[in-house]
Design a binder for this molecule. Sequence first.
Ligand SMILES: [Zn+2]
Ligand SMILES: [Zn+2]
Length: 333
Amino acid sequence: MAKEVLPGIFQFKVPIPNNPLGWVLPYLIPSDGGYTLVDCGWNTPEAFAALEEELRDVGATFDDIKTLLVTHVHPDHYGLAGRIKEVCDAEIVIHQRERDLIRSRYRQPEQLLERMATWLTENGVPDSEMSDLQQASMPARAFVSPVEPDSVLWGGETLDLGEYAFEVFWTPGHSPGHLCFYERKHKFVLTGDHVLPSITPNVSLHPQQMGNPLGDYLASLQRLEPLEVDQVLPAHEYEFKDLPKRVREIIHHHATRLDEMLAIVGEDGATGYDVASGIVWTTGTFDTFSFWMQRAAISETLAHLEYAVQDGRLTQTKRGGVVRFELTKNQEQ
Ligand SMILES: [Zn+2]
Ligand SMILES: [Zn+2]
């Protein structure tokens, strides 16, 4: 049942089958002559039907969607974009950094798979697990109907949608071109996966997201923190009020997790794989995870280790084609 979270703005609930997240929360915003939909859901018949029913609830159809704004191109946010484009020719709008991922991730993944194999080997993944981890995200491609955006955002724009004016915040970290939309006058923000009320989004270093993603993520959290916000509208779980408190909790979570990882690196040093498989994760231990979760754990670990390399706590060396992390000497004393 569509829920009116602010005057005229509806929160939809679209199921993600067989996934612990349960659902994604798209938002429908009225604008001149129709609606803007923010995020859409996996490309499954159930999700499509749920979206159609939610639209019917508010007296709309797919034809009324003029624009589909996508916070990032993960399957649960972008999966139905191609189908929506087919049924109503909505304008598809995505951050330019996300557009760059569509081809390599969803259309022609061969080169990415090759790069992934090299990268997993470099980070200590044993040969026996390589192929399963390399292929881990291929099944998710079935849940995406890819489409190119009609226009791209960069961050810093203002989108005038009827009564509401949304400032576009580029918030890289969970995904390189993740977007949040802030409404200053009415004091609310659509946070996508960037800030969720009880879970933390995966922040990963991987072949498509190099650099310092955890550093980017924490910096983009800190940019949201000072905004005046009475209501946070995330893309999973449920809406909540206290943005600064949640930002502080998430920052604390990553600091604690990084300390745990540094302890595993310890005196002897370790590979990314050693650390990922030694951590007790919120959702269980490494050996109980699916291949997809194991790879997410490795890339999340490497985002933390890279962050510590950047701030000088760790040193990275490559020997025999494998990267090892060690505590930086002058820090140990
Ligand atoms: Zn996501
Ligand atoms: Zn998501």
